[in-house]
Design a protein around this ligand. Structure first.
Ligand SMILES: Nc1ncnc2c1ncn2[C@@H]1O[C@H](COP(=O)(O)OP(=O)(O)O)[C@@H](O)[C@H]1O
Ligand SMILES: [Mg+2]
Length: 235
């Protein structure tokens, strides 16, 4: 059972505190979401998981092992991948090259080929477009590339930062379906989003982050029925 347990996490940029005593748990096999408005601290939380922002206080235990103090590549090697905000594909590289980058820790060619084939089974569209430059693809296709790249490391936990940002409603729906499918493959997901309604519809458990603090938490159903959450985040 690989869980991520965050306790008393505080983080800051320079002298400004951004996360205050954040406690949360990402349970094995589930989709856990973190909802919050722009500036709530969602990306900072993700940066803390990957050692890109050093926690000022608190602990991040993955599989019982402390992540704080580990190097980012060691954290990735321990089974956590990130799909960053804005997707961040390498525009002048082909789809296949973008995917290959996600598997950089694996040196065995045959294993990498097998992994790419698996990604192409999940996203047949990417197989068709393998040699196309990623920068020339639609937003929805770039979303597939970034998710595929994240999966290339064969993570046990996939952390996804605002996948629906900037996508058309159709692709947003498609993208959430893909995330659900990936979770169905047995991959634990931490999904960070502003889009509360659709996110809660595919999540098992959720947290609401406001100005760097967890202000609500519970099952996705309980959060969906929570009046304050509805008023603040359901538009
Ligand atoms: N590199 C940075 N330097 C200084 N302040 C930052 C930096 N990145 C984010 N912040 C600030 O930290 C707060 C949380 O930002 P962020 O974690 O990006 O929120 P979210 O992802 O929820 O929109 C915001 O007030 C933002 O302005
Ligand atoms: Mg963000």
């Amino acid at each position: 059972m690989s869980n991520l347990v965050i306790r008393g996490l505080c983080a800051r940029y320079d002298t400004v505190d951004v996360l205050h005593d954040v406690n949360l748990e990402v349970e094995h096999g589930k989709i856990t979401c973190i909802l919050g408005a722009n500036g709530a601290g969602k990306t900072t939380l993700i940066r803390s998981i990957f050692g890109l922002t050093l926690p000022r206080q608190g602990s991040l235990q993955w599989d019982g092992k402390e992540l704080a103090g580990m190097k980012t590549h060691e954290i990735v090697a321990s089974g956590i991948s990130c799909i960053p905000e804005g997707r961040k594909v390498f525009p002048r590289m082909t789809v296949a090259e973008n995917l290959a980058l996600g598997g950089f820790l694996e040196k065995n060619e045959a294993t990498l080929r097998k992994r790419i084939a698996r990604i192409y089974d999940i996203f047949p569209r990417l197989r068709e477009r393998a040699e196309q430059l990623a920068g020339t693809m639609s937003g929805g296709e770039q979303a597939m590339v970034s998710i595929g790249r994240g999966l290339m490391a064969e993570p046990r936990l996939l952390v996804i930062d605002e996948p629906s940002l900037g996508l058309s409603p159709l692709f947003v729906k498609e993208n959430f379906k893909v995330i659900q499918r990936i979770n169905g493959l047995g991959i634990t997901v931490l999904l960070v989003e502003q889009n509360a309604r659709q996110t809660l519809a595919i999540s098992h458990v959720g947290y609401v982050l406001s100005q760097g603090r967890v202000v609500a938490q519970g099952t996705a159903q309980a959060l969906t029925e929570n009046d304050e959450v509805r008023a603040a985040y359901f538009g």
